[in-house]
Design a protein around this ligand. Structure first.
Ligand code: SAH
Ligand code: SF4
Ligand code: F3S
Length: 439
């Protein structure tokens, strides 16, 4: 529509932010905005920020500074900061950066429409409360716009774990689960709009305990209910915590048809000493035992994880324990980070490991994971896998999709439509993807 205002939204951080950005686009859609791909012609720019990496706030301030010329050209341009840096910095952003009109924390997105009206009148708006009302209920998707074949669906938010290095419990607040009926309604709605695969999101998604028939439901119960949704073909979930793993969720991987053979289970370290100092409250052994049980339930399950190297007091021996754990698990994929200080967290007080040493450990760990990833990918060559096609590839006639194990698969063939699930013969293993042909 010609008279729609233009919204440019830039999303950083985890999938939860991706999901939140979609909700914000919908909320502002009601205020007459449509999303655009570049900031140049925008009437509103929103940065949906992440606070997990070092100097995250400083990077946001410098990014904001770059909008100065745009605002000079268009004084009506509104600039907003959302997400976890907004939550952490709050008022400070308003104080430090006069370009900013709006600061909204992740728990307040349902108030975005009202806030937009305030800033239209030339005032500035700040909301970083943890309100009582249910933001999801208020944010219910308005239009029945068509969607791509895959979607995220937040079922649980916040975290009570307080790992010594992590800001999430402070930026996202206490753990809350959405009621079962709400999740199912949203899932059915997504399916009606063309979605065939749903990834359930939560900071501790396996701690899910949403209100359902007969009391609180586990994540596994929720997955079983989703398994009955016609038209939904694939279910995934992320991210799990080892301490919240339940027998029914492990069993579901062997029994639930639509649940994909993939588990993202961060361990962070393979040293019990470091795990204790991280306040992780699981051990390397208890983690390995869990992986074993998943493999008993679903032998081909692909394991993914998160690692932090160079956590305070990590010695070479501690690091080698992490390497041994990796050797034992054999990861199909993993995220790894050099520890960096997050102000306000317990570990921020502790002495750092020598930076060069930490960097060198990170490279060693990443080389090992890359080798494991490659071995697992290479073993797929010659196998037939089912691929859900998500987008066109870079080459003409090429389509890209994901296998059940979440490998990206490139196929060049006629007649593949977005959302198709096709049986594909894997013919080649590339750096971060597979190539295949239609059978
Ligand atoms: N809730 C999830 C993920 C949270 S953040 C979980 O518990 O696994 C994603 C990842 O960022 C973490 O798993 C951790 O590996 C990394 N991370 C968090 N804080 C960090 C820090 N201070 N330094 C380095 N990596 C960090
Ligand atoms: Fe952060 Fe730990 Fe909570 Fe994950 S479980 S969000 S790492 S505090
Ligand atoms: Fe980042 Fe917030 Fe997600 S800190 S990782 S965007 S919960």
């Amino acid at each position: 529509m010609a008279d729609m205002k233009k919204l440019y939204i830039k999303t950083y951080g985890c999938q939860m932010n991706v999901y939140d950005s979609e909700r914000m686009v919908e909320a502002l859609g009601g205020q007459g905005y449509e999303e655009v791909d570049t900031p140049d012609q925008a009437d509103m720019i929103l940065l949906n920020t992440c606070h997990i990496r070092e100097k995250a706030a400083e990077k946001v301030y410098s990014e904001l500074g770059r909008f100065k010329t745009l605002k000079a050209e268009n004084p009506d341009l509104k600039i907003g900061v959302a997400g976890c840096v907004a939550q952490a910095e709050g008022q400070e952003i308003i104080r430090r950066q006069p370009l900013v009109d709006l600061v909204v924390g992740p728990q307040s997105y349902h108030r975005l429409a009202e806030m937009e009206e305030i800033i239209r009148k030339g005032k500035r708006a700040l909301d970083t409360d943890f309100p009582e009302e249910d933001k999801f209920e208020k944010l219910k998707a308005r239009p029945k716009a068509k969607r791509g074949p895959t979607a995220f669906l937040t079922v649980q938010e916040g975290c009570d774990k307080f790992c010594a290095f992590c800001v999430v419990p402070y930026t996202r607040g206490a753990e809350v689960s959405r009621p079962v009926s709400q999740v199912l309604t949203e899932a059915r709605d997504l399916v009606e709009r063309g979605v065939r695969e749903i990834t359930l999101l939560g900071q501790n998604v396996n701690a899910y305990h949403g209100e359902g028939d007969g009391g609180a439901w586990s994540l596994a119960q929720l997955i079983w209910a989703l398994n009955d949704v016609d038209g939904l073909e694939r279910i995934r979930f992320t991210t799990s915590h080892p301490n919240d793993m339940t027998d029914d969720l492990i069993a579901a991987h062997g029994e639930c048809e639509k649940l994909m053979p993939y588990l993202h289970l961060p361990v962070q370290s393979g040293s019990d000493k470091i795990l204790k100092r991280m306040n992780r409250s699981h051990t390397a052994e208890s983690y390995l035992r869990l992986i074993e049980r998943f493999r008993e339930a679903r032998p081909d399950i692909l394991i993914s994880g998160d690692f932090i190297v160079g956590f305070p007091e990590e010695t070479e021996a501690d690091f080698n324990d992490t390497m041994s754990l990796i050797e034992e698990v054999k990861y199909g994929q993993a995220y790894s980070f050099k520890y960096s200080t997050r102000p306000g967290t317990p570990a921020a007080e502790r002495a750092l490991v020598d930076d060069q040493e930490a960097t060198e450990r990170l490279y060693r760990l990443q080389a090992l994971i890359a080798q494991q990833q490659k071995d697992i990918q290479d073993a797929m060559v010659g196998q037939n896998v089912k691929v859900l096609f998500e987008k066109p590839g870079r080459e003409p006639g090429q389509m890209v999709g994901k296998s059940a194990h979440l490998h990206a698969v490139h196929v060049t063939a006629d007649g593949i439509e977005l959302g198709d699930i096709k049986e594909i013969r894997i013919v080649e293993s590339r750096r971060n993807s597979l190539a295949g042909t239609v059978i």
